[in-house]
Write a protein that binds this ligand. Structure first.
Ligand code: CUK
Ligand code: CUA
Length: 621
C-alpha cells in the first residue's frame, strides 16, 4: 500500500532527533533577525509614564501559574498563581485558596482562554486547565486572581483545553490520557474495551463565579490534542485533533505513530446539549455521561495526516486547519463541506461507532511550504492570513489559507510550539504583533547553567515579518493570548463587603473569640500595624494554647491602591496577603508551643519594618 505521506516515517526520526539535539542550528539566522537597528528598538520602547498596548497572558506550564507581560515592551508585569502555591501572594496558604486547590500542590497549565462575547475577547475572565491533576480554573480579570477551581472526575489530563464557545456557553475539556471510567484499576490488556478518552462540557456561572460540569462524553480511548471552537457559521461546532488512534498501551513514541492517518473529531455541541436535556446519558460516578456509539448524530471523524497536534478555526469560521507534527503539511478543511458530508451521510465507514467523513469531500487543500517541517499551531491576522509555527525547522510561516500560497517566513530561536498574535484566535484579529513561544532559548540570554529559560520572540507583522525583541520566560508558555489593554477593567481596591462575617473595618470591632479549642481572631491590618483586639493590653499579640484550632481573619483597611499587607508567622510556615480592602483567613492548628514573631511580609510604608507582633502558644502542661 502506498504511504499517504511518504516522508512521514523519515520525519519521525527527524522530530525525535530535533527534540534531543539543537546543536545543528546555525547562529547566523539569529544575527539576521535580532533587533539591532534604532527603528526596531523604538517599536518596542514604551517610555516611562506610558503603558503597553496589549496584555499577554502566557501559560506557566508545570509551574502551575500564569505569566502576564506587556506588549510590545515584553516586560513582565505579574504572575497569577492558579494551580500551584505562591508565597509571594500567599496563594495556597490562606484558607480560601487552599480549599480551592483541593489538596494538590501543583498543576500543569497549558492553554489559557479568555471569556468571549460574540467570538471576541470580552476581558472579563480567563480560563485554564491543569493536565497534571485534571482541574479547570477561572481567573477574574478585575483583580487578576483565581476565583474557582474545579476537579473534573472521570478524566485524566485535559490537555486540549481550555477553548471556549462563542459566548462562553461552554469550555470543553477533552483528555490526553485514556483511563477506565471512574479511573478504576484495569489491566492494560483490556485497553480498547475498557478505557475511554472523556470530554467534559464545563460551564461558568458569572453570578456565583463557579465552574460546573454540564455533561461528559465517553470518546474512544485515543489521545485528544489541541482543539478549537467554531466561529460565526460554525459556532455550534468544535474540532479537536487525535493521536494514538492505534490504541497503543506502551512505547507510544513508536507505537502511536504507525497509522498514516489519525482523525479530527468534529462535534456539534448544540446536539450534545440536546441529548443531555433529553436525558440521553448514563450516570457515571454522578456525572451525565453521553455514549456517542449509542447516541448518534453529534460526533464525526475526519481523517487527517498522522499524529496531528493542532487544529485552528479561521476568523471567518469557514475553515479549520490541522497541522501534523509528523507530516509536513497543513491541511485546510471546509466546515461547509463537512456539514454537507454530514447531511448526505457521505461516510467512509466507522470507527468505534463514530462515522468517518470522506476525506476528499471535506478537505479543501493540503499546504506544504518547501522544507517547512513540524507544523504545530496557527494564528491569524486582520486579513485572515495564517501564521504557523514550525517546530522542527524553527520558523514562522505566513501563508494564505484561501490559496495555500506561502507569503513570508522568519526564523526563530528555537523550536516554537505555539505562537500568539494580537487577538489572533478571535473573529477579529488585530493584525499586530506575533509572539513565537519557543521551547529552546539556547544561546539567547546570559547563561544560567545547563537549563535555560524558554524564549518569547516578538515579531512585527505589519510588513515583512521581523523579529524585533525577545523576553525570557519561566517554564513553560505552551500557549498565550494577547488582549487589547483597554478591554481589561481592573478595580483599585476591594469594596467593603457587609455580608462577609469575617470582615472587620473598624478598630473597635476587632476581637479574639474562643469557642472551646477554636480561636477566631477578627483583626485588621493598616499602615503600619496589626490590631487583633483593640481593647487588649497589647493589641498586636495573639495568645493561644498548644493544640488550638486557630482562625485568623484579617482585613486590610487601607482603602488605598497598591497598599498591600502580608501576614506571616515565623517558623510556622504560614503566609498570606491582604490586598487593599480585602479580607482573608488563615486556618491552622497551633501544634508548636513557644514564642513566634508575626510580621507583615509586603513592604507597605516607611514603618513596614515595625509592622509586627507576637503569636504566643502556651504549652499544654
Ligand atoms: S501544546 Cu502544542 S506546543 Cu500543550 Cu498546546 Cu505545548
Ligand atoms: Cu504592612 Cu508591610
Amino acid at each position: 500500500m502506498k504511504k499517504w505521506i511518504p516522508i512521514a516515517s523519515g520525519l519521525l526520526a527527524g522530530f525525535v532527533a530535533a527534540t534531543i539535539s539543537f546543536a545543528d542550528f546555525s547562529p547566523k539566522a539569529k544575527t539576521d533577525t535580532t533587533a539591532s537597528t534604532k527603528s526596531n528598538a523604538e517599536k518596542v520602547y514604551v517610555p516611562f509614564g506610558e503603558k503597553d498596548d496589549y496584555y499577554l497572558f502566557a501559560s506557566g506550564g508545570h509551574s502551575g501559574q500564569m505569566f502576564i507581560y506587556g506588549v510590545p515592551s515584553m516586560r513582565k508585569i505579574r504572575t497569577i498563581p492558579v494551580f500551584s502555591q505562591d508565597s509571594a501572594t500567599g496563594y495556597g496558604f490562606d484558607e480560601h485558596s487552599k480549599k480551592m486547590m483541593g489538596g494538590y500542590t501543583w498543576g500543569d497549565l497549558h492553554h489559557p482562554a479568555f471569556s468571549e462575547t460574540n467570538g471576541d475577547y470580552d476581558g472579563k475572565y480567563m480560563f485554564a486547565t491543569d493536565v497534571a491533576n485534571s482541574r479547570a480554573a477561572v481567573v477574574d480579570l478585575k483583580t487578576f486572581t483565581t476565583k474557582d477551581i474545579l476537579k473534573v472526575p472521570n478524566t485524566a489530563g485535559p490537555h486540549c483545553a481550555a477553548f471556549v464557545t462563542e459566548n462562553t456557553e461552554y469550555m470543553f475539556l477533552p483528555t490526553r490520557f485514556a483511563v477506565p471510567l471512574g479511573q478504576k484499576y484495569e489491566s492494560l490488556d483490556n485497553y480498547s474495551q475498557s478505557f475511554r478518552g472523556v470530554m467534559s462540557a464545563v460551564t461558568f456561572n458569572e453570578k456565583s463565579e463557579k465552574l460546573g460540569i454540564a455533561y461528559q462524553v465517553a470518546l474512544p480511548p485515543w489521545s485528544y490534542d489541541l482543539s478549537d471552537a467554531g466561529k460565526k457559521g460554525s459556532a455550534d461546532w468544535a474540532v479537536m485533533t487525535t493521536y494514538n488512534t492505534e490504541e497503543a498501551t506502551t512505547n507510544q513514541e513508536i507505537n502511536a505513530s504507525q497509522a498514516d492517518r489519525d482523525y479530527i473529531v468534529l462535534f456539534n455541541w448544540k446536539e450534545l446539549e440536546k441529548m443531555e436535556k433529553e436525558g440521553k446519558y448514563e450516570d457515571v460516578g454522578g456525572q451525565k455521561m453521553i455514549f456517542p456509539e449509542k447516541q448518534k448524530g453529534g460526533i464525526y471523524l475526519v481523517p487527517v495526516a498522522k499524529s496531528p497536534h493542532g487544529v485552528d478555526v479561521t476568523p471567518d469560521g469557514k475553515y479549520f486547519i490541522a497541522s501534523g507534527k509528523l507530516a509536513p503539511s497543513m491541511t485546510v478543511f471546509s466546515f461547509e463541506k463537512a456539514f454537507k458530508a454530514v447531511a448526505n451521510k457521505d461516510f467512509a465507514g466507522e470507527r468505534n461507532g463514530l462515522p468517518i467523513l470522506n476525506y476528499k469531500s471535506v478537505m479543501e487543500r493540503e499546504v506544504n511550504p518547501e522544507n517547512a517541517l513540524g507544523p504545530l499551531h496557527t494564528q491569524f491576522d486582520d486579513k485572515g492570513m495564517a501564521y504557523t509555527t514550525m517546530f522542527i525547522s524553527s520558523e514562522i510561516v505566513k501563508w494564505n489559507p484561501k490559496t495555500g500560497e506561502t507569503l513570508d517566513r522568519v526564523p526563530v530561536q528555537y523550536s516554537p510550539g505555539h505562537s500568539v498574535s494580537a487577538e489572533g484566535d478571535t473573529v477579529a484579529p488585530d493584525g499586530k504583533w506575533l509572539i513565537a513561544l519557543n521551547k529552546i532559548a539556547k544561546d539567547t540570554y546570559l547563561s544560567v547553567g545547563p537549563s535555560h529559560p524558554e524564549s518569547m520572540q516578538l515579531i512585527d507583522i505589519s510588513g515583512k515579518m521581523q523579529v524585533i525583541q525577545s523576553a525570557p520566560v519561566d517554564p513553560e508558555p505552551h500557549y498565550a493570548q494577547m488582549i487589547k489593554a483597554d478591554k481589561i477593567k481592573t478595580i483599585n481596591v476591594y469594596p467593603k463587603d457587609k455580608n462577609n462575617k469575617d470582615a472587620v473595618y473598624k478598630k473597635d470591632d476587632t476581637k479574639i473569640v474562643r469557642k472551646g479549642n477554636e480561636v477566631h481572631v477578627y483583626g485588621i491590618a493598616m499602615r503600619s500595624k496589626f490590631i487583633f483586639d483593640a481593647k487588649a493590653k497589647r493589641p498586636d499579640v495573639i495568645e493561644v494554647n498548644e493544640g488550638d484550632h486557630v482562625f485568623i481573619h484579617l482585613t486590610n483597611i487601607d482603602f488605598d491602591e497598591d497598599i498591600t499587607h502580608g501576614f506571616a508567622i515565623n517558623s510556622y510556615d504560614l503566609n498570606m496577603e491582604v490586598q487593599p480592602g480585602q479580607t482573608n483567613t488563615m486556618e491552622f492548628i497551633a501544634n508548636k508551643a513557644g514564642t513566634f514573631p508575626l510580621y507583615c511580609t509586603n513592604f507597605c510604608s516607611a514603618l513596614h519594618q515595625e509592622m509586627n507582633g507576637y503569636f504566643l502558644v502556651k504549652p499544654k502542661n
